[in-house]
Design a protein around this ligand. Structure first.
Ligand SMILES: [Zn+2]
Length: 335
């Protein structure tokens, strides 16, 4: 390694850069990122700021490729934004700094948003999806230049945009289902329309299932109220539905019986659950109390048996002691 000492920082920087490029060509993204970072530091100490910037942006891009991480993509985007927009980078395909900044930002934001649309179904998430979809439409591209590096870039921008618009409608539908199932169906059918554009079978199925459930109407077996929204505003409770009951009420419209279940509105089912929880708690407390009493009783019996055993043991030892006493007598009190 000592020969390197005699080389100028710029020469060493170029060597690191070339090494990084060769690793990049072998798709060793993590190692390439490391060497681009070293090159960036060496270019900086050699006063080559432009080359240092390029090395740094490439380092963050390959870090993102190695880890498939949204944060690295967003770092890459902000570094690329600070460069001259028309500067051409080789990744190995040609990409301008402004395109890299835009694609890395969109993909990074989408990766982050993915967590929200599954865990946090709010109007805020719906709006974010819509905004990102608009940016994707405005890219006007058939494919991402970062395709092959970032997994999320394998889907076309247009298909991603349609999916995001669909997800925004789906979230709005799911929120509305809680307060107004009828209005929710507009959003849900809109969502299905967007998913169909992207031929997104899985999402179509999800939206269809929610739409089907939210449109379903049932009559509460207990209070007779008519409610819309299966598993949302009414549920099915297992019950013993005799043939007589089925014949007499099985034809109710909307239905109050389905198979061996009766329909219960959320109000009735939650009230039933509350009462059964209280009853179960009372039984549980009673069982625990009985177990404690039984334990005390058993302990008392064990103690009684232990004392009987020790008395018996004492009686067993007694004849031996008697023998010793007799011998002691015979020997004139000396053992
Ligand atoms: Zn009810």
């Amino acid at each position: 390694m000592s020969w390197k000492v005699w080389k100028s920082p710029e020469e060493r920087a170029r060597e690191e850069f070339d090494k990084a490029v060769s690793l990049r060509n072998q798709k060793k993204w993590g190692d390439a990122a490391e060497h681009f970072m070293k090159a960036a530091e060496l270019f900086k100490s050699a006063g080559k700021t432009g080359d240092a910037e390029i090395s740094l942006v490439l380092s963050s891009l390959y870090n993102a490729a190695a880890k498939q991480s949204a944060d690295d993509l967003l770092t890459c985007s902000s570094l690329a934004k600070a460069m001259k927009p028309d500067l051409v980078l080789t990744i190995p395909q040609k990409i301008t700094a402004s395109d890299l900044a835009k694609e890395a930002e969109i993909l990074g934001r989408e990766m982050k948003l993915r967590e929200s649309w599954t865990n946090n179904k709010s109007e805020e998430t719906a709006k974010e999806c819509e905004e990102l979809a608009k940016e994707l439409y405005s890219l006007g591209k058939d494919e991402f230049l970062l395709q092959g590096l970032i997994e999320a870039a394998s889907e076309s921008p247009m298909s991603k945009a349609n999916k995001l618009m669909g997800i925004a409608s789906l979230i709005r539908g799911e929120i509305l289902v809680l307060s107004d199932p009828e209005k929710a169906s507009d959003h849900l059918s809109q969502a299905m329309g967007y998913f169909r554009l992207g031929a997104n079978e899985q999402m179509i199925k999800e939206a269809e299932e929610i739409a089907r459930k939210s449109a379903k109407v049932g009559k509460c077996w207990f209070c007779g109220r008519i409610v819309q929204g299966e598993e949302i505003h009414f549920v099915h409770l297992n019950a013993e539905v005799t043939p007589y009951i089925k014949t007499k009420y099985g034809g109710d419209s909307p239905q109050s019986i389905e198979g061996s279940t009766v329909i219960a509105c959320r109000a009735c089912s939650s009230a039933i659950e509350g009462v059964s929880d209280r009853i179960a708690k009372a039984y549980y407390d009673q069982a625990v109390r009985m177990m404690m009493e039984m334990k005390e009783e058993l302990l008392a019996r064990i103690r009684a048996l232990e004392s009987e055993i020790s008395i018996l043991k004492g009686m067993q030892r007694a004849p031996i002691d008697l023998g010793r006493e007799m011998r002691r007598e015979l020997r004139g009190g000396v053992v």
